[in-house]
Design a protein around this ligand. Structure first.
Ligand SMILES: Nc1ncnc2c1ncn2[C@@H]1O[C@H](COP(=O)(O)OP(=O)(O)O)[C@@H](O)[C@H]1O
Ligand SMILES: [Mg+2]
Length: 282
């Protein structure tokens, strides 16, 4: 056993980063707000959190946090900026890696760009405990790649029937095409615990019956008009309205998420990006 302190800087054991993708079948179900809330929850627990805004259509975590990043990952790929210059601070020192709105960056990289980005990640010397990936919605390949590369997948669903059907479609494709077996389900905009459980039951009933997957119920966030109200003031509801029911829900679900044992497979940020590149045919 070698003492870590005698190792050269580069060889020091990197803290394992927990990579969690937050995804959904249907858009507008609350992913970005959920990622924002979880990031603040974990940051308050003393964790170093980074958000990868991978919603290529609308990159909006920055809008939610009321920040306007000057650069994005494209500047790194173009060799104009270092990764450390592109990552910006949100509230509670949450680190944000901004995507470029409307572009398909990570899924359309050539070999040279991939090598460049991996090199930048090697040099990025921040120890990140948790990387939250705000994916887009649906079964487009870029969404699926981000999920596939992550250690953990949280599927967000609302009680709306179309949201449940679309979530089923996502789970189906992820399991059949990518061999993904474990999904956690978070019910958003529920009127209460029974509404949430009924929503989960509907989804898991068809999934259990037709797909060989395990759906775990993570919990629910209440439907709360204070969420859109906070969005309008460019703040996460967790900061703006800490006493709101939905903020209490975040604390409960966050605790559950934090207490879970992290699967040992598919760990780390480097690994995550390598997986994304590996899963993409150029
Ligand atoms: N728990 C909730 N209660 C009420 N409104 C919500 C809740 N979660 C999200 N919303 C609203 O739903 C809309 C979509 O949320 P957003 O996080 O942008 O979804 P997505 O990222 O999945 O597209 C926003 O206007 C937001 O204010
Ligand atoms: Mg979003």
């Amino acid at each position: 056993m070698i003492e870590e302190s005698v190792l050269p800087e580069k060889m020091k054991i990197q803290k394992a980063t927990r990579v969690i993708a937050v995804t959904s079948g249907k858009g507008g179900v609350g992913k970005t707000n959920i990622v924002g809330a979880f990031s603040l929850y974990f940051a308050r627990q003393g964790k170093k959190v980074m958000i990868l805004d991978a919603d290529l259509g609308l990159s909006n975590i920055d809008v939610l946090f009321g920040i306007s990043p000057k650069y994005n990952i494209e500047n790194v790929l173009a060799g104009e900026r270092r990764l450390s210059e592109v990552v910006v601070n949100g509230p509670q020192n949450v680190r944000i890696l901004p995507a470029s709105s409307g572009s398909q960056w990570l899924t359309h990289l050539n070999e040279e760009q991939k090598i460049k980005l991996l090199g930048e990640l090697d040099d990025f010397d921040e120890d990140i405990d948790i990387l939250l990936v705000d994916t887009g919605a649906g079964i487009a390949s870029n969404v699926l790649f981000f999920c596939e590369a992550s250690q953990e997948i949280i599927v967000v669903v609302t009680p709306e029937p179309t949201s449940i059907t679309d979530a089923y479609a996502l789970v189906k494709v992820m399991s059949q095409n990518y061999g993904e077996r474990k999904f956690r389900v978070l019910v958003n905009m529920a009127s209460g615990s029974s509404d949430a459980l009924e929503t989960f039951r509907r989804l898991s009933l068809v999934a259990d019956r037709f797909l060989n997957v395990s759906l775990d119920y993570l919990g629910y966030f209440s439907n709360d008009p204070l969420v859109p109200k906070a969005v309008r003031s460019q703040n996460s509801f967790l900061e703006r309205y800490p006493g709101a029911q939905v903020s209490k829900d975040v604390m409960a679900v966050g605790r559950a998420l934090q207490n879970e044992s992290v699967p040992e497979v598919k760990g780390g940020m480097q690994f995550f990006f390598r997986r994304i590149f590996g899963g993409i045919s150029a």
